[in-house]
Ligand binder design. Sequence first.
Ligand code: F6R
Ligand code: MN
Length: 196
Amino acid sequence: MTGIFALDLPWLTSRFDVATGAIDGVPSVQRYLADLRGCFADARAYEAALARGNPLVYSVASVEPAHGAGDLHYGLAVVHPGRVGGEYFHTKGHLHQWREAAEIYLGLAGEGAMLLESERTGETRLVPLGEGHVVYVPGYTAHHTINTAAVPLAYLGVYPAAAGHDYGAIADSNFRSVVVERDGRPVLLERAAFHA
Ligand code: F6R
Ligand code: MN
């Protein structure tokens, strides 16, 4: 159908479900524990957890219509509660292929955090992400989300359609810090200190 809008009508409005992480009419990607090899600091704890089962760690439903330069994409993600060797369940994390691309995260349910790491300076920030939180992720910043609670963490991420996703750098060298549970609370540790 052609109309007065540049986008097809289905993209103008969508219903989403915070509980299931679904957005009507778009595909959802499921990441199970087995898909996250190398993402957790304690490799032995990871293999032991995998031997016990392969739980769903997170899902992302993305609305990514073919784009023009100024368009936006967005995704609804749900990160489930859990830990591997004390490290909280989290998303893989990435940089944007177009490094200048920023992103807005809107927390919808649950309680967690975002780990931000500047590719330019190596600086790390751990910021809260949960119901009622907005996080601005600047360009040139690796980012991933962490569920630090016992209930699912749900959020929307809105990013330039041209952003693209670069998972390679994180897959190769990982974030410098990890978020682990200590005495029932999340603590940020240097990855090297975690291994020590
Ligand atoms: C998009 C974005 C989010 C993530 C989602 C899953 O740029 O940052 O929608 O895609 O949090 O994380 P990844 O993509 O790292 O598996
Ligand atoms: Mn992103």
